[in-house]
Design a protein around this ligand. Structure first.
Ligand code: ADP
Length: 154
């Protein structure tokens, strides 16, 4: 099973739709294995958005992402990284497909409600960036045998 990192951004916290955003992942059948609130500081944001450090919009993102606490979550499931990216929709929320978090609930490129790891390699770096040992939980989820009935060749 893969694990992936989600940040529910300040716009979701301020709009009071954290539960609504989270319900996309929960309803899909992913397993919540880490969940907490954090105030992101400059050092963590620089590390997390290192790939965007040269972009003109970087200062805007840094100030937006630290404008209020965020909700940090780790979700587990089969192909969880790709499943969660698809559920979030594309970066520009105005272009995101209906049925996705961004497509259903947002109108902005910057304030697009959610961050999701973009590859398994990224997820493996991002989960320990935001969660300490002991903050990720291993437990049995009762309905897994129904969610993960074996795929057969067609
Ligand atoms: P994603 O979050 O979809 O993986 P990126 O990693 O490219 O997208 O960008 C990280 C975040 O930076 C986006 O989610 C968004 O909040 C912000 N961002 C990206 N492009 C822009 C832009 N052109 N203007 C303002 N903010 C942007």
């Amino acid at each position: 099973m893969e694990r992936t990192l989600i940040l529910i951004k300040p716009d979701a916290v301020q709009r009071g739709i954290v539960g609504q955003v989270m319900s996309y992942f929960e309803n899909k059948g992913l397993k919540l294995v880490g969940n907490k609130m954090m105030q992101l500081d400059d050092a963590l944001l620089k590390e997390h958005y290192a790939h965007l450090a040269d972009k003109p919009f970087f200062p805007g993102i840094a100030s937006f992402m630290s404008s209020s606490p965020v909700v940090v979550q780790c979700w587990e499931g089969c192909e969880a990284v790709e499943v969660v990216r698809k559920l979030c929709g594309v970066t520009n929320a105005r272009e995101a497909a209906p049925g996705t978090v961004r497509g259903d609930l947002a109108m902005s490129i910057q304030s697009n409600l959610v961050h999701a790891s973009d590859s398994l390699e990224t997820a493996q770096a991002e989960v320990p960036r935001f969660f300490k040992e002991g903050e990720i939980f291993d437990y049995n989820k009762q309905n897994y045998e129904y969610l993960y009935a074996p795929d057969e060749k067609a």
